[in-house]
Ligand binder design. Structure first.
Ligand code: 13P
Ligand code: SF4
Length: 317
């Protein structure tokens, strides 16, 4: 299947026939982003899914994102073009492991990144995304213990920003972001002394970036730790002529569209998520023609998970 004008017309026509809204995450292939009704970060897409009047949501992203849309709108049909599109970060904690961790810290408030399964969300008090994780943790009274899972790098970022000692962090990671490492970032920053650094908090290099700034190797104001949605806002506001981007490479497409005059370069151009890239033009067409793959979340799990997801979409920008 070639993602040409005929393909885009057929996708749009089939979406209309199904009364479907097409949502695409910022890490999707450029042609999928361009054909979607909305492209955005995980928080923005969850909010759109919750407020959409369409009877069907086609989620071009990974499985936990489609599950989150289903939890928020159980009466809607939620489709994902390939149900095998998982997430190594979501796989780094199970509901059973979370239950055991909770038993070790009775009374603690559980904050889970949205990159988790529905079963883990059902054991969670408040979900968060990278754009509101700090606000979510700040919303919890200072004397309450917090269990933060599953991403250790986002957890370290939240701990730094909030200065909370009673925040315990699970040792999970995303294989794509963990692979964008400190030495690589230091090398790229040294070779591009005028570039801003846009760094996703899931990256293994986020701490190194702050170290580089602390040591005066990179100017403090050039280091920005941002969710994918916040990177787009920052791209429109920065005066920099070049930006080094530490996140999944799909992000470069929206950044270049938002600020064509800026030279955006990946810190690691092999940082591509194979799960995100399972949503191919052919898979999207098949999904719309056949109404598959449909995403189901057992009612009891969705009912227990809903409050934590609704808190997430209510907090922060
Ligand atoms: P955000 O779009 O919330 O920054 O999420 C990044 C991510 O890794 C999603 O898989
Ligand atoms: Fe999961 Fe990482 Fe892929 Fe995002 S980039 S979907 S966190 S594996």
């Amino acid at each position: 299947v070639r993602p040409d004008a005929d393909w885009a017309r057929e996708v749009r026509a089939l979406a209309d026939e199904r009364d479907a809204v097409l949502l695409a995450h910022n890490y999707q292939l450029p042609e999928i982003q361009d054909v979607a009704d909305h492209t955005g970060d995980s928080l923005a897409l969850s909010r759109i899914a919750a407020s959409s009047s369409a009877s069907t949501i086609v989620f071009c992203g990974v499985h936990f994102m489609a599950e989150t849309a289903k939890i928020l709108g159980p009466e809607k049909t939620v489709l994902i073009p390939d149900e095998r599109a998982g997430c190594s970060l979501a796989d780094s904690i199970t509901a059973e492991q979370l239950r055991e961790w909770k038993a070790e810290h009775p009374g603690a408030v559980v904050v889970s990144y949205v990159n988790t399964t529905a079963e883990v969300k059902a054991e969670t008090d408040i979900c968060c995304t990278s754009s509101n994780a700090v606000d979510v943790v700040r919303s919890i009274p200072a004397d309450r213990e917090v269990l933060f899972c599953p991403d250790q790098f986002l957890g370290a970022h939240v701990k730094r920003e909030t200065g909370r000692d009673n925040l315990h962090i699970w040792a999970g990671e995303c294989h794509v972001h963990a692979g964008i490492n400190g030495p690589e970032l230091a090398e790229r920053a040294a070779a591009n002394p005028d570039a801003d650094l846009f760094i996703h908090p899931e990256c293994g290099c986020a701490t190194s970036a702050l170290y580089l700034a602390g040591e005066g190797i990179v100017e403090q104001e050039r280091v920005k730790i941002l969710s994918t949605g916040d990177m787009l806002t920052a791209a429109r506001d920065t005066g920099a002529r070049s930006v080094l981007v530490a996140t999944e490479v799909g992000m470069l497409h929206q950044l270049r569209k938002a600020a064509p005059e800026i030279d955006f370069r990946a810190v690691n151009d092999r940082a591509s998520c194979r799960y995100m890239k399972m949503i191919t033009p052919a898979a999207l067409l098949r999904c719309l023609r056949e109404g598959a793959d449909e995403v189901h979340v057992p009612t009891d799990v969705a009912d227990r998970a809903r409050a934590s997801v609704e808190r997430m979409i209510a907090i922060g920008k």
